[in-house]
Design a protein around this ligand. Structure first.
Ligand SMILES: Nc1ncnc2c1ncn2[C@@H]1O[C@H](COP(=O)(O)OP(=O)(O)OP(=O)(O)O)[C@@H](O)[C@H]1O
Ligand SMILES: [Mg+2]
Length: 224
């Protein structure tokens, strides 16, 4: 797996967030993305997850392209099966988890794969249960999100992000709401996901966490 970001530019009104930024990541890497508040860390991973449109550049994972820009500066996002291929290669765990509040933990995991219809409902359920058990949430399979602790909700969000076997997984401040022990558990979880071959980008303010669990540090100062 290789994630390639080429000449990425993004402005919000007049504020330049990314200016011709290029970046490459290989499988198994854990890239800690650090930097001052408001420098575009969340924006960058939201761009990779096609939640924010760019002004210019190219983003691809292996041969699957999200967006490219021609020599005239015309930006084109892929669509159809090409886009589907890209979207399946990447996942995100949001800072506030963004679990569906009206669905149980299990239903949260099953939602996206069911919509994709690649696996049978039974196979999806089995995979979801196995992932929740792997995350130490065997007792919480049918729990509703509001009854979960912060750490448990986050593990549900991590499990959900793994349902489609992404090649690249982005985490936004995964430890900001956690105590030290829970943060270590998340760090080890991230390392074991990376050991399976997934490339990880983890946005963090926690320099100790970055040093302990990442394989490389990227500063958002490099965005511009
Ligand atoms: N949808 C948007 N519209 C306009 N401006 C935005 C939008 N999203 C983010 N911004 C601005 O872009 C800048 C970068 O925001 P971003 O959330 O990416 O920063 P960050 O590095 O993640 O910061 P933090 O460490 O505080 O989470 C900020 O100045 C923010 O106000
Ligand atoms: Mg942020």
């Amino acid at each position: 797996m290789t994630l390639v970001v080429k000449n990425l530019s993004k402005k919000f009104d007049d504020a330049v967030i990314l200016d011709n930024f290029s970046f490459k990541m290989e499988e198994g890497e854990i890239v800690a993305l650090v930097g001052e508040s408001g420098t575009g860390k969340t924006t960058f991973i939201r761009i990779l997850n096609s939640l924010i449109p760019i002004d210019q550049g190219c983003v691809m994972i292996n041969d699957a392209k999200l967006v490219d820009t021609d020599e005239n500066g015309q930006v084109t996002y892929t669509s159809g099966s090409e886009r589907w291929a890209y979207d399946n290669e990447i996942g995100m765990v949001f800072q506030d988890y963004q679990l569906f509040p009206n669905m149980s933990a299990l239903e949260n995991l099953m939602e996206a794969p069911l919509a994709q219809k690649i696996l049978s409902k039974q196979a999806i359920r089995e995979k979801a249960v196995a992932l929740l058990e792997q995350m130490g949430l065997g007792e919480k399979i049918n729990a509703m999100p509001k009854t979960l602790s912060g750490g448990q909700a986050q593990r549900v969000a991590i499990a959900r992000s793994m349902m489609l076997d992404p090649k690249v997984l982005c985490f936004d401040e995964p430890t900001s709401a956690l105590d030290k022990d829970s943060a270590s558990i998340v760090g080890e979880m991230i390392q074991s996901i990376a050991a399976e071959g997934t490339g990880i980008i983890v946005v963090t303010h926690d320099i100790n966490f970055a040093e302990e669990y990442s394989t490389r540090v990227l500063s958002s100062a490099e965005f511009i």
